[in-house]
Design a protein around this ligand. Structure first.
Ligand code: GRF
Length: 197
């Protein structure tokens, strides 16, 4: 399988997916790492790993539709079987997601359907939940709403801050995302449950 990974930042999730593909744990190869930010640290890391990279600055486009159209063209050129959003901080239009629905997955730092959107760790602490975590789901027109393919859970302790909680969740993201992608690339419908408790 051919996998494209979309990032906006450091790309720690992208690196884990690439490592597991290169190790043969995931039956796939990374064919593109694309970022909407030229400053994304993950682009330099992907370059160093010899993976084709592209930067598509969203600031170069006057509308969300125009950016998504350019993104679609880049993806058509890479011919991926699966697209992984990994710390990709763009909301995609329904027209775009419809073209890739069923082949595009995302990792979100909460136990969906709880805490869709941003600032999930602060919101989890404010809500007083005892468990928090991350979800890998299919991307649909609705934000953070598609079919759930896997979740990993961490405890929330009284001394947690949004940063300490984010660190705990990120450790689990790095376990969960490769496990889900491996099944997805074997044409299985993943349902992965992991505990970091
Ligand atoms: C992390 O906060 C993670 O929860 C979310 O995107 C952020 C950056 O991830 N998925 P990465 O290090 O760029 O993969």
């Amino acid at each position: 399988k051919r996998v494209a990974i979309l990032i906006s930042g450091g790309g720690s999730n992208m690196l884990r997916l690439v490592d597991e593909m290169r190790a043969g744990v995931i039956d796939a190869q990374p064919v593109l790492v694309l970022s909407n930010k030229a400053s994304a640290g993950g682009i330099a890391k992907a370059d160093a790993l010899g993976i084709p990279t592209r930067v598509l600055p969203h600031t170069d486009y006057t509308s969300r539709e125009d950016f998504d159209a350019a993104l679609h063209d880049e993806l058509l050129a890479a011919k991926p079987d699966v697209i992984c959003l990994a710390g990709f901080m763009r909301i995609l239009t329904p027209e775009f997601t419809a073209k890739w629905e069923g082949r595009m997955i995302n990792i979100h730092p909460s136990l969906l359907p709880l805490f869709r959107g941003l600032h999930t760790h602060r919101r989890a602490i404010e809500a007083g939940v005892a468990v928090h975590g991350c979800t890998v789901h299919g991307v649909t027109a609705e934000l953070d709403d598609g079919p759930i393919y896997g979740q990993a859970v961490v405890p929330v302790t009284a001394d947690d801050t949004p940063d300490t909680l984010a660190d705990k969740v990120l450790v689990q993201e790095h376990r969960l995302y490769p496990a889900v992608l491996a099944k997805f690339c074997d044409d299985e419908t993943p349902r992965v449950a992991m505990t970091g408790l």
